[in-house]
Design a protein around this ligand. Structure first.
Ligand code: TEU
Ligand code: CA
Length: 555
């Protein structure tokens, strides 16, 4: 068997603090709210919490714009609240992984204030400043949040680079002082006793120094991805980070690596431990083929099983023995899994949520659960643009509907229903009291009206709930090394309806089959005798899988 590691055997639960639990009635989730709900996570059985950013922030992008890395966001509480949360989590055997957002800072960070002051400021070179080209933008790159990546600074007559909002200027990692400062703040958190880092867009910290125009494909702006992802020094900088900080502690590290390929992942997440433990790849979420990219990420289409399976099987088989996978359907940037890949309608919501959970948690890699996924929470139907909160959606609306006028508002709203990040950010549904028990005040974003039926209280009370199914999946992983370490072998590669595979370890075989449709479909994988590990159906029919049936046997 390969090297055993605790982070390979763990299940991670992501908390988006703003939307998890509000302890003081201001409508915003906070650290004390999380502390109070830790017993719930203990019952679920997760090993680790990944906390989306809780640092001081003006909240242009809900904490992904940090103005002080050594302080807590006012909305979320104080450093004492943080310390208490960490201590309580540790006393329950739960680790805490911090979100490290260091591709960029907030424009309100003291570093940027100093950088922008004058062309010869001591921190000028900490960010990426360029002169105007032919009196205009330095190049044609488009930002992830609409518009150009360049913002002109009147005071000093230069542009600064921001891959995301203009309140998120990109740091210049080529400057050694920037790396020193980042490694210092990481060590500061490690000394506090945190258990790891999820590294925001860490694949983007080294840019192509020639800053060439990108392909426009008929759009207004050029595609910067080839010039900002997996750049010339990214592995050198991560190896330096590893030597100077990571390897001094026992951490879980996961890189969010937009634009990552298999070959790049083998470097970022190499088994030799020289960089990170694992990466998040985006192909099955942001890049599923079959989803036509009309403009940016916005689409009303759903991914198909064959396309999705081809991607995931590739990651499963090609990283074998070389690097470690992370497994996820959902996070705070994605629509809800049951709405996107499953079936959110009444009859099949629970069955399909369990099917998706089985399909993912039996694969090889470390699974991530996003808050509410364990309840089968669904997307929201947005009634009007006023209900959306996310800067990505609001900027896209402005650029495409209000100013550009090439997309109808009606169509854009359908795209938001399908893929907007706010679908993941509606409040956690705790019970059937007003505002789903999330807050006694006015929630910062609308609560999904289906909370009356879909909530944690009801799920805990129902032994057949999605929650208890996740609890069982987590417990199975902890008890069966084959689920963690078994080799992945794809099955039924041409089947239109079934996602099936085997895991193989020391003469044992685990067979997994999941019906992705609402019909009975033929399946002969279970005719050999074996012991059932888990299924979302109590009884089975020969030679077929029932609608959304998932079945796992060991033999
Ligand atoms: O997201 C990085 C990223 O690549 C995004 O483009 C992501 O694909 C997009 O949000 C999907 O619509 C990270 C964080 O996860 C995200 O919340 C932040 O907004 C972003 O970085 C900037 O920090
Ligand atoms: Ca609060």
């Amino acid at each position: 068997m390969e090297d055993r590691k605790w982070w390979k055997e763990a299940v991670i639960y992501q908390i988006y603090p703003r939307s998890f639990a509000d302890s003081n009635g201001d409508g915003i989730g906070d650290l004390n709210g999380i502390t109070a709900r830790l017993p719930y996570l203990k019952e679920l059985g997760v090993d680790v919490i990944w906390l989306s950013p809780v640092y001081k922030s003006p909240n242009d992008d809900n904490g992904y714009d940090i103005s002080d890395y050594r302080d807590i966001m006012d909305d979320f509480g104080t450093m004492e609240d943080f310390d208490r949360m960490l201590k309580t989590a540790h006393s329950l055997g739960i680790k805490i992984v911090m979100d490290l957002v260091v591709n960029h800072t907030s424009d309100e960070h003291a570093w940027f204030a100093c950088s922008r002051k004058s062309r010869d400021s001591e921190k000028r070179d900490w960010y990426i400043w360029k002169d105007p080209k032919d009196g205009g933008l330095p190049n044609n790159w488009g930002s992830f949040f609409s518009g150009s990546v360049w913002e002109f600074d009147e005071g000093t007559g230069q542009y600064y680079l921001h891959m995301f909002s203009k309140k998120q200027p990109d740091l210049n990692w080529d400057n050694p002082s920037v790396r020193d400062a980042v490694f210092d703040l990481m060590a500061w958190w490690c000394e506090k006793g945190i258990d790891g880092f999820r590294m925001d867009v860490i694949s983007m910290i080294s840019k192509d120094p020639s800053y060439p125009d990108g392909e426009t494909n008929g759009g207004m702006f050029g595609n910067a991805m080839p010039y900002v992802c997996n750049g010339p020094h990214v592995h050198e900088y991560l190896q330096e980070m590893n030597r100077r900080v990571l390897k001094r502690y026992d951490l879980l590290t996961v890189g969010e690596t937009a634009g990552v390929t298999i070959d790049e992942a083998k470097k970022y997440a190499s088994c030799d431990g020289s960089e990170l433990n694992m990466v998040f790849q985006f192909e099955h979420t942001d890049g599923t083929p079959g989803r036509e990219l009309h403009f940016g990420k916005w689409t009303t289409e759903k991914p198909t099983l064959p396309a999705l399976r081809k991607i995931l099987n590739k990651w499963q088989t090609e990283l074998e023995g070389a690097a470690w996978n992370s497994l996820y359907w959902d996070n705070h940037d994605q629509p809800r899994a049951v709405s996107r890949f499953g079936n959110e309608s009444g009859k099949y919501r629970v069955l399909s949520a369990k099917m998706l959970a089985t399909c993912l948690h039996m694969m090889k890699g470390t699974p991530y659960i996003y808050q509410g996924e364990e309840l089968g929470m669904t997307n929201v139907h947005w009634e009007s643009i006023d209900e959306l909160r996310d800067i990505e959606a609001l900027n896209a609306w402005k650029q495409n509907v209000v100013e550009g006028k090439w997309i109808s508002g009606e169509y854009m709203m359908q795209c938001f229903d399908n893929v907007s990040r706010d679908n993941a950010r509606t409040p956690m549904q705790w019970d059937d009291s007003p505002n789903a028990g999330f807050t006694t005040g006015t929630p910062w974003i609308k609560v999904n009206p289906n909370y009356v039926a879909i909530n944690a209280k009801a799920a805990l009370a129902d032994p057949d709930s999605v929650f208890h199914y996740y609890r069982k999946l987590i417990a199975l992983r902890h008890a069966n090394p084959i689920i963690v370490y078994g080799r992945f072998v794809p099955l039924l590669m041409e089947d239109e309806n079934i996602y099936a595979y085997e895991r193989v370890l020391d003469g044992q075989v685990l067979t997994v089959a999941c019906n992705w449709t609402d019909r009975e479909v033929p399946c002969d994988l279970f005719e050999e005798p074996g012991r059932k590990l888990i299924s979302n159906y109590a009884s089975h029919k020969p030679h077929l899988l029932q609608p959304y049936e998932a079945r796992v046997i060991i033999h």
